[in-house]
Design a protein around this ligand. Sequence first.
Ligand code: MG
Ligand code: ZN
Length: 207
Amino acid sequence: MMDCSTSWRCRINGAASPARRAVFLDRDGTVNIEAGYIRDLADLKLMDGAADAIRRLREAGFLAILVTNQSGPARGYYPESWIWQLNNRLTSLLHDGGTTLDGVYYCPHLPDGSTQSYRKDCNCRKPETAMLQWAARDYGIDLTASYMVGDKATDVEVGQNAGTSAILLTSGYGEQVLAGTYQSLKLIPEHIAPDLAAAAEWILAQG
Ligand SMILES: [Mg+2]
Ligand SMILES: [Zn+2]
């Protein structure tokens, strides 16, 4: 066994700190009730059991990291600062529920957006994987030991393309995804669960 306190090689490789595991969470239809483009803070409401699920995952050692496409600014619906107000409302509700998020990543872009500064064919809009890769770098996450949970086919794709296991929820748009009436499910999720609470149960049972 190499002594990492004296070896430059360990520090260069980052091998001295074991990789962490994360549960990446979509926002709308996963943590909060799907309500379209939210323009009133009061319309952002947690899914039943969401706070408890996140609390239990964090207690088990998982980082809880939100990864969300938020194209409202690109569509000219509201300024980017509104995304922060919504995220603050979300974390405040989670705090009331006894937990928090370890990180929040969002993509404000859209390839055919009406607002020029956000009109971009970016690599962060799910199912592109940049948000998960940034988080992996920022937090030292082993993506292959991590999970992506969301209600759209693109959530399954972003997770599996980044190397995580993917759980599709039938909350939010998930029921329509499974019925084939919203997006097409190109990849098969490792698991399908009715909501985040059930997804957390399943993740915790995997060990
Ligand atoms: Mg969603
Ligand atoms: Zn983006």
